[in-house]
Design a protein around this ligand. Structure first.
Ligand code: PLP
Length: 393
């Protein structure tokens, strides 16, 4: 903290590498590509570490694509997801040669075909189907139910595949699904796989053969001591059912979530008649998950404080919102000036941060063994309004 200041994100390079390799190695010799979902943490240094491991990438915007390229990743290992790819995004993705577009609607398929035709290329595509399974996760991060905006009803997919089959400018590569995030039990994944495999068979009957199956991301992590998925068992269950078909997975959270922490400093302790607040320098603009999803993050003192005040603290930020909290009712011994580590903050932490309340975004640091390096400078006050201009009368 002396070097980098507070608040701060810190990521472990070794943990990121180990987590990715756990997925990669679980497949053994089965054809596969583990595409890290960039939106979980898109810092160039994080992407670079993964690119060096040989990772593929799951991207959802041209901004993420350019980040991957800038970090040394290969376009031909990128799958392009997202419900509303623009013409410019499709053009750029075709220009650099992404591995596959995961198509989310009939209109989008049409748009991809039109753009491919205009640049005289064949666009590699996969249809993202919605298998209508309940991922039993938070409703905001559940994506595989009929009521969600994602994917195409599994019953309507065949017609789209037929359309793609007849196009000179579309090249059917695969079939895709992604049912949600922070899933801690394999059964929804296996239910989705059953439905997807039934569709593959129907497609085969129509003479449409797919080269890969993309089963999306969503593998959950341990935030509060919960049991989660055994990756080897999950991968074994997939391999046992798919013959020789290549498998693509898109884990995000499972690669970076537990490889990062958020460090924040206790500014003030404030005790009301029935609530104890530790007001810290980090806030919902830095780490949104508690406010947005009511998500739980473990909070640990960085130095045990024998002289602190022991109570059940609500850890809250300086922002003018009642929803601005990082944790509630935590038994901790605290003094003003203490540093706290908010655990499991490597995924959907910095990437969801904002400048709300005109707070500069925090610095990010990567550590490995005994070394540490800044991988994103803390924003300055000038950065906050560098793009703004007075209205000219
Ligand atoms: C968000 C997302 C992922 C990654 O989800 P995690 O829960 O972080 O593994 C993968 N694929 C798609 C299409 C996504 O939208």
């Amino acid at each position: 903290m002396a070097t980098y200041g507070s608040p701060l994100y810190v990521y472990s390079r070794t943990d990121i590498e180990d987590n990715w390799r756990q997925f990669d190695q679980a497949f053994g010799t089965h054809p596969h590509l583990v595409c890290y979902a960039v939106k979980a943490n898109s810092n160039l240094a994080v992407l670079n570490v993964l690119a060096k491991c040989g990772a593929g990438f799951d991207i959802v915007s041209v901004g993420e694509l350019e980040r991957v390229l800038a970090a040394g990743g290969n376009a031909n290992k990128c799958v392009f997801s997202g419900v509303a790819k623009t013409v410019i995004e499709i053009e750029r993705a075709l220009e650099v040669g992404v591995r596959c577009f995961n198509v989310e609607s009939a209109s989008e398929l049409q748009r991809i075909e039109t753009v491919a035709k205009s640049v005289n290329k064949k666009a590699p595509i996969s249809i993202r189907v919605n298998p209508n399974v309940d991922a039993k996760t938070h409703p905001y991060i559940s994506t595989g139910l009929k009521e969600n905006k994602f994917g195409i009803d599994i019953d309507e997919a065949i017609d789209l595949y037929k359309k793609a089959q007849n196009s000179e400018f579309l090249d059917i590569q695969g079939l895709d699904c992604h049912i949600g995030s922070q899933i801690t039990d394999v059964s929804p994944f296996l239910d989705a796989l059953d439905k997807v495999l039934a569709l593959v068979e129907q497609l085969n009957d129509q003479g449409i053969h797919i080269h890969h199956l993309d089963l999306g991301g969503g593998v959950g992590i341990d935030y509060e001591g919960e049991e989660t998925i055994d990756i080897q068992a999950y991968v074994d269950a997939i391999i046992s059912q798919v013959g020789k078909t290549e498998i693509i997975l898109e884990p995000g959270r499972a690669i970076v979530g537990n490889a990062g922490i958020f460090i924040t400093k206790v500014e003030f302790l404030k005790q009301n008649s029935d609530h104890e607040f530790a007001i810290v320098d980090g806030a919902m603009n830095d780490l949104l998950r508690p406010s947005f999803y009511n998500a739980y993050h473990n909070v640990l003192p960085i130095n045990q404080n024998p002289t602190g005040i022991t109570a059940q603290w609500d850890i809250v930020g300086p922002i003018c919102e009642t929803g601005d909290f990082l944790a509630k009712n935590r038994d901790l011994s605290l003094s003003e000036g203490d540093y706290l580590a908010v655990m499991s903050a490597g995924a959907y932490g910095f990437t969801m941060s904002s400048n709300y309340n005109s707070r500069p975004r925090v610095a990010e640091v990567m550590v490995s063994d005994t070394k540490h390096q800044c991988i994103r400078k803390r924003e300055t006050i000038q950065d906050l309004f560098a793009q703004e201009k007075l209205y000219g009368y």
